[in-house]
Ligand binder design. Structure first.
Ligand code: SAH
Ligand code: SF4
Ligand code: F3S
Length: 489
């Protein structure tokens, strides 16, 4: 569970005496450091005669987005105010991703700019965390060439953030704390949710799949499931706070519960969550095709709350390449699975991730991928060019594909995916769909934007009072990947 209620947090903090030694047990130890950090923040803020601002920049996936909410929750409890422009912040944090090399390069590029800002603003603190920091070469490089960074920590000890900030205030040197792995899950820390009406909920951490191209298992550690009681308690509390939609998060949610003291399947967990009164919608990601059970399909087909959307990364359509990727399914098994899902849940929306240019991929292999795309007809697909990650088995394979061939396949794939998804998405025209209103429209203030169960967006006339509400909307026009509509209820 996480606290986002100030009253509860204040009550905990009141009982803590920072003139005593820090407690050993978590999460109390971190509350002690939050209180201690408050004093440092207040002191500096008085000196500058203004509040202190923090900017948390998030790269990468939903796990990182969720982690950033936790970081911000702690920072705000210490007295920082949120600022989205890093040029104006007293504390800048990059929560990094390293899944593909370009994510990495972007961080180095921006660090150079931060250095210039810090020269003009010497009290500024710079913190780096997230997946990239779990790579020893990255930390070496930072230690050598980026001495102006104040704090570096990894993915396994983010619950210690309050303690690390206090260490930073008390130290002149770069503070580095990286753990190789952990089996620890610390509950009950503050968080600052980005949306009031929907929230991500971690159900597991890490990954044991070791797909041969992927760095995630090395930087996020071994698979650990959260206790179902803690998950349910957290969601009940979120619902009491006004949340109507949750997104259950894990690298491979279909293997949830295998390592619990009392094992439980993902489908069983979903059924427990479904019972929570006041919760309207359940989403989850990501599903690995090899572990997607009949039980899950059954539960989804009969559920009133689980959204009709399944993100089912295929990665490649070639059985040969899938084998080299260590995905542990064949093209035929994947297609059979899709058939089974579509039969049980006819209005399901299917999305996927695809990598082109994996080492050794031939034109024939690539044609198999196109074939899968044409057969499944995805609602949308994230397409990636293979990126070599040091330390993964695929990085040392021969026959790495040239950038030109990779780019050419990528363009052809993207075209196919987009054509099909425009066709697939347009079939809902004229229907009435229940949507959760998420934001005011960026381009037109008379419009709001809502999300359908199948994850498609629709823009329609309305005002901010609708945000967080579920309404029925008639889909009038389809514009490829989104709709224009009109409210009917
Ligand atoms: N756990 C999720 C994916 C996490 S990473 C799953 O298994 O589906 C998100 C996506 O990034 C992956 O699905 C994959 O398509 C892509 N990806 C991962 N490693 C990559 C690499 N080395 N090069 C290119 N794309 C990669
Ligand atoms: Fe990476 Fe595969 Fe784990 Fe997904 S399942 S995070 S692609 S190793
Ligand atoms: Fe990136 Fe880490 Fe997510 S490497 S994709 S942020 S788990």
């Amino acid at each position: 569970m996480e606290y986002n209620n100030n009253k509860e947090i204040e009550k905990i903090l009141e009982e803590i005496d920072i003139s005593e030694e820090a407690p050993i047990e978590e999460p109390m130890r971190q509350y002690y450091f939050i209180k201690k950090g408050r004093a440092y923040v207040a002191e500096l803020s008085e000196k500058l005669d203004r509040p202190l601002y923090v900017c948390v920049n998030t790269f990468g996936c939903q796990m990182n987005a969720k982690d950033s909410e936790k970081l911000l929750g702690i920072l705000e409890q210490m007295g920082y105010k949120e600022e989205t422009d890093e040029n104006k912040a007293d504390f800048v944090i990059y929560n990094t991703c390293t899944v593909r090399e370009n994510a990495n390069l972007r961080v180095y590029g921006r660090l150079g700019q931060l250095n210039r800002i810090k020269k003009k603003n010497p009290h500024m603190m710079i913190g780096l965390c997230g997946c990239m920091m779990q790579e020893p070469e990255v930390v070496e490089k930072l230690k050598k060439s980026y001495r102006f960074v104040d704090l570096i920590f990894g993915t396994h000890n983010i619950y210690k953030f309050a303690e690390l900030i206090v260490t930073c205030f008390e130290s002149e040197r770069m503070v580095i704390d990286i753990w190789k792995d952990t089996d620890k899950i610390v509950e009950d820390l503050p968080t600052d949710r980005k949306y009031s009406f929907k929230s991500g909920v971690n159900i597991m951490f890490g990954c044991n799949n070791f797909c041969s191209y992927c760095i995630v298992p090395y930087v996020r550690g071994r698979e650990r499931s959260r206790n179902p009681k803690d998950i349910i308690r957290e969601i009940e509390k979120l619902v009491a706070d006004g949340v109507v939609e949750v997104m259950l998060l894990g690298q491979n949610v279909n293997s949830y519960g295998k390592n619990l003291d009392e094992p439980m399947t993902f489908a069983q967990l979903l059924q427990e969550i479904e019972k929570i009164e006041g919760l309207e919608r359940i989403r989850f990601m990501t599903s690995h095709p090899k572990d997607l059970s009949d039980e899950l399909i059954e539960v989804m087909a009969h559920s009133k709350k689980i959204c009709k959307h399944l993100h089912l990364p295929v990665q490649s359509g070639s059985t040969d390449i899938l084998k080299k990727m260590n995905r542990r399914y064949t093209k035929e098994q994947y297609l059979l699975l899709v058939e089974k899902i579509k039969k049980a849940i006819p209005d399901i929306s299917l999305t996927t991730d695809i990598i082109v240019g994996f080492p050794g991929e031939t034109e024939e292999d690539f044609q198999e991928t196109l074939d899968v795309v044409r057969k499944v007809r995805y609602d949308s697909a994230f397409t990636f060019q293979y990126s070599k990650r040091t330390g993964t088995p695929a990085a040392v394979l021969e026959d790495q594909i040239s950038p030109e061939v990779m780019k050419d396949r990528f363009d052809r794939l993207l075209k196919e995916v987009q054509t099909i998804s425009a066709e697939v998405c347009s079939v809902h025209k004229g229907t009435i769909q229940r949507v959760l209103v998420e934001t005011k429209n960026d381009h037109d203030e008379h419009l709001v934007t809502g999300r359908m169960s199948n994850n498609l967006l629709v823009h329609f006339p309305g005002d901010a009072s609708l945000i967080g509400k579920l309404v029925d909307v008639e889909l009038k026009e389809c514009h490829g990947f989104y709709y224009m509509g009109e409210i009917v209820s």
